[in-house]
Design a protein around this ligand. Structure first.
Ligand code: NAP
Length: 232
C-alpha cells in the first residue's frame, strides 16, 4: 500500500482549519491538526476517533514564541507533504488605523503575519523536497492592488503576510518546494460571519484541491480557493 501523505494544519479546531482537516482526511491524507487547547478541541477528537491513527492534535499557540520556535523539533523524523498555516484573527473591532493602539497593532501583526512566516521558516527542513507544499491562509483583503478601503488593519496584516511570504520564497526557492498564499473565500465561520458567501465545506474542498494541484509547481503564487490567480 502506498504511504499516505501527511498534512500539518495550524489552527485546526474550528472554522476553515477544521474544514480543511476533514477534507484532507477524506482525500486519504493523515493530518497533524494543531489547537491552542487540544483538551477542548472536541471536533478534532471526534475526527481522531473516527479515523484511528490518522489524526494527531498537538498544542500550538502561535503567539507563544516557545511554542512557535519549538514546534518543528516535535516532529522528529516526520516529513510533511503539505503545511497550511491557517491560524489568524480579525483584530480590534474598530478595524481603523486612526484608532489603533501600538499594542493592538503589534498583536494583530504578530499573529497574522510574523508568527505564520516564522513558523513556516522553522518547518522548511521537514517539508518533503520536490512535492512539498507550504501555504498560508491569506486573504484577497491582503491584496494591495484591489484594496477598496475599509478593514484597514486586517488588510494590512494580510498584506504583510503576503510580503513576508514572498521574502521567505526567496530563501526557499532553491529547495524544490512550492509556496502558496491562499484566499479561502469569504467563509461562514466565527470570523467570516453567517452572511458570508461560501460554506466551510466548499472553501475547504477548494483549498485542498489547490494545494494538491500545486504539488511540484515550485513557485509562489497568490491563489483563491477556486484556483484563480489573485493580484498582489
Ligand atoms: N472566514 C473568512 O471569510 C476568511 C476570509 C479570508 C481569510 N480568512 C483567514 O482564514 C483563517 C481562518 O479563519 P476562520 O474564518 O476559520 O476563523 P475562525 O473561525 O475565527 O478560526 C480561527 C482559527 O485560528 C486559531 N487561532 C487564532 N489565534 C491563534 C493563535 N495565536 N495560535 C494558534 N491558533 C490561533 C483559532 O484557534 P482558537 O479556537 O483557539 O481561537 C481558530 O482555530 C484566518 O487566517 C483568517 O484570517 C478567513
Amino acid at each position: 500500500m502506498a504511504e499516505s501523505r501527511l498534512a500539518l494544519v495550524v489552527g485546526a479546531n474550528r472554522g476553515i482549519g477544521l474544514g480543511v482537516t476533514k477534507e484532507f482526511l477524506a482525500h486519504g491524507w493523515d493530518v497533524i491538526a494543531t489547537a491552542r487547547q487540544p483538551d477542548k478541541a472536541a471536533a478534532l477528537h471526534a475526527l481522531a476517533a473516527s479515523h484511528p491513527g490518522r489524526v494527531s492534535i498537538p498544542r500550538l499557540d502561535i503567539n507563544n514564541p516557545a511554542d512557535l520556535d519549538g514546534f518543528a523539533g516535535t516532529l522528529g523524523g516526520k516529513m510533511l507533504d503539505a503545511v497550511l498555516v491557517n491560524a489568524g484573527v480579525s483584530g480590534p473591532d474598530h478595524r481603523s488605523a486612526s484608532k489603533a493602539t501600538a499594542e493592538e497593532t503589534g498583536a494583530l501583526m504578530f499573529t497574522n503575519a510574523i508568527a505564520p512566516v516564522r513558523l513556516a521558516r522553522s518547518l522548511a527542513d521537514h517539508v518533503r523536497p520536490g512535492s512539498g507544499v507550504v501555504a498560508f491562509t491569506s486573504s484577497v483583503m491582503g491584496s494591495v492592488a484591489v484594496n477598496p478601503g475599509g478593514h484597514e488593519l486586517y488588510r494590512a496584516s494580510k498584506a504583510a503576510l503576503n510580503s513576508l511570504a514572498r521574502g521567505l520564497w526567496g530563501e526557499l526557492s532553491g529547495r524544490n518546494l512550492t509556496l502558496v498564499s491562499l484566499h479561502p473565500g469569504w467563509v461562514r465561520t466565527d470570523m467570516g460571519g453567517q452572511a458570508a458567501a461560501v460554506s466551510v465545506e466548499d472553501s475547504a474542498a477548494g483549498v485542498v484541491a489547490v494545494l494538491e494541484a500545486q504539488t511540484g509547481a515550485h513557485q509562489h503564487r497568490f491563489l483563491s480557493y477556486t484556483g484563480e490567480e489573485l493580484p498582489w
